[in-house]
Design a protein around this ligand. Sequence first.
Ligand SMILES: *Cc1c(COP(=O)(O)O)cnc(C)c1O
Length: 465
Amino acid sequence: MTSPEVAPWNACLNTPLQEDDTEIYDLIQKEKYRQFSGLELIASENFTSLAVMEANGSPLTNKYSEGLPGARYYGGNEYIDQIENLCRKRALNAFHLNPAEWGVNVQSYSGSTANFSALTALLQPHDRLMGLDLPSGGHLTHGWQTSKKKISSSSIYFESMPYQVNLETGIIDYDQLEKTASIYRPKLIICGASAYPRDWDYVMLRKIADKHGAFLLADIAHISGLVASKEANNPFELCDVVTTTTHKTLRGPRAGLIFFRKKNDLEDRVNNAVFPSCQGGPHNNTIAAIAVCLKQVATPEFQQYSKQVRLNAQALSKALIERGYQIVTGGTDNHLILWDLRSLKLTGSKVEKICDMVNITVNKNSIRGDVNMVSPGGIRLGTPALTSRSFKEEDFVKVAELLHRAVQIALKVQEKAGSKMMKDFMMACQDMEEISILNKEVEKFATKFPMPGFDTNNLTSVETE
Ligand SMILES: *Cc1c(COP(=O)(O)O)cnc(C)c1O
């Protein structure tokens, strides 16, 4: 007997991407070279491992498995159940949690959906929550709204009141939070941030939450790698629920985790909120990839990595301060720094633009006291990605020098532009020799370092024109 022929309508199903779709293949190759040849300083990004990407790109993507291990709505889940159980076990282990006290749901598609599921679990519609204000470094999903518009679903379906950082110090104003909470009487206080360089006072936060019988939720999306490595204060001691992304300092695939205390039926509330309230079928390929990541997180090597992430952030901060620049709060406890550019009369947008042109990837960020959200006064820099490329302190001193040169160029361009308008600025960038010189130097420097997860040998520079 010969084996059945592939039906004509299935002819493409075993063709490699390179042959099947050259357009997408070429764009992926270009993106790989961009990642390899640039300096990735976006604080929320990282370079995940080959093993994580293998699991993420596996045939597990084919399977439906709504429900939890042992209680699915579909058949054929004997291996999927084992994968999800392993992932849950590794998640508790990576964060040093006792399975009698803590459980975890590993099905959230990403950080924002994890947060919305957590709010759905903890609150009724229109219940009150308090989170760190977006311009103070908080995240959209912590209740963000403007005076004109409710922006995040966390402010559309719930009532939200922000707390802020102190305008002078840049440190969270816990006194203001305490006072506002005593009037607002929230049902939930969210701590956690996307652009806050210091650690959290969980004791204080728990005290304030307890006064109002409120839940305390820590969203450790940015710092979860540091928390797992004990390079940051431990939110699990005092919080009821902890959410995180898995693709930032944790260095896994893009996804979210929700940890809950096994008390007050939180377990059922969280699991039911994720499915069926907010999501459908879990992404099993991603769950396997999270499991792979969490196995790595529990190693001594990952602890070394996390330590180095912090040392590198301190080195970068110090090197910029030595060049006379202003760093919010004067430094950092974690993986990121906020660079205040306002005294230079430059906006974050302009420095971001110049950095983009020379292949240094950063993002503009509002600085406390900014009046204009559209043109924020600073940029945010993080060290997790380049630390995954084996950068050490002295390499970050070089990074600071390259950033300094980008700022000098931005100042020169702004003067040449003769106005503060972005379109004049962009015009004035044209045929600035310094930009192409710096770009070449960044490329030469960055391509010396190893690249996690993929082979760089057959990648070629695409920006040759
Ligand atoms: C990144 C981030 C999120 C959202 O994660 P996504 O995966 O982008 O949806 C949530 N909370 C905080 C604090 C974050 O920094």
